[in-house]
Design a protein around this ligand. Sequence first.
Ligand code: UN1
Length: 489
Amino acid sequence: MQEYKLFLNGEWSDSSTGETFEDINPATLETIGVFQKASLEDVLSAVDCAKDAFESWSTTPAPQRGKILFCAARMLEERKEKLARLMTIENGKILKEARGDVQEAIDMAYYAAGEGRRLLGETTPSELPDKFCMTLHRPMGVVGLITPFNFPMAIPAWKIMPALISGNTLVIKPSSDTPILAIELVKILSYAGVPRGVINLVTGEGGKVGAALVRNKDIRAISFTGSLDNGRWILSEAGKDMKRVSLEMGGKNPVIVMDDADLDLAVDGVLWGAFGTAGQRCTAASRVIVHEKKLAEFQRKLIERAKGLKIGSGLDESVDMGPLINAPQIDKVEKYVNIGKEEGARLALGGNRTKPLAGYFFEPTIFSDVTADMKIAQEEIFGPVLSLISTESLDGAIDIANSVAYGLSASIYTENIKNAFLAIEQIDTGITYVNAPTIGAEIHLPFGGVKATGNGTREAGTTAIDEFTDLKTVYFDYSGRLQKAQIDT
Ligand code: UN1
């Protein structure tokens, strides 16, 4: 059994208490690795290492930092297939998606590396003569990154790459369900030349190890992707020290299908959006709001296609959907299926566990006759469960779309430009797709949501730099005399 270590100051080390935990393959339930349960002491030492490394890394010219990230990007590319297989074994997602996850990390590495030659500030005229005004991005210090299981390499990369190019040093704590890919990413960054101490990795329970990062006074920013409850706690706890907090939490992402939509295209999109990654994406489609005139036809086509989805090991290239991540997750999905039945929704497809292998498999599940206020249409399930809701009009559909606590991603299928623009304007989400599923964000655009999905920050795109830098405004007066803004003008 392979044993994985903590990464502290450029070295792989055991937890100070010697305690470990295991990680299983969710398709087969076989143990695939042993990991360190970091102690509070280990977390302190990780933060101390990052603190010591800050001065040298933050004063390394950003294009030089970029060079290291370019090298890491190429190494990731060379290892893409191997990493993707490892991910399918650890996370369960099918190979095609695992390759996409690694590709997202590669894209982010190249993109952030290029930022090394930008990190653009602004220049703007002064209201006074012989005075120059500009802004520049400054590194923050040590940042703490806490990542979820569902994108085991992409999400760590979304956070690590921008944090590094901005000149920060960091401690990352990956999900205990999928630490291997984060460990592989850190290994690659270290081979690529990230100096010792700049990047540190701790594994263990969120409530202990993650919480210790959130509470550590030497950490200037926390970037977290995960559940709403944990995000709420992090925001209030880190707020006590005035830390920067970036949160990406849940979604209850709607797809609106209008009566003028290309129905086959919409069926394709909904299938991919709802059942890709077995529904375990923050961006997964969990509600389809269909115009009543097309509901029967759409439902028939969707169910027919969903019936054909093959469930099994993600390593089998003919499989469409792998397992859920762990026992609590499949219990949660089952609980929501029961709630849906009790609420009076009609179970139109699936609804059961299934056992192509020993692991946590659940059928693609579709509820029809769902009303917008039912729990299954309001709460995030994070599994392959989809609710079909009928609407009479676009206005009605948008009201339903906006009736949930979350606001991450949404989509509309329509051939009518006016409908599309109204949806773009009126749906309360951070991301809106037209004639495409709710999933599939690209790394060079801002990613994040409104309402309970986050606290207004955006990962990826140029906004990733805002997440990890402080902005300094500079006034440079070369007039040689005292000039008073607002008064001498
Ligand atoms: C997530 O589910 O937390 O747009 C991230 C997408 C992916 C990222 C999802 N590129 O679905």
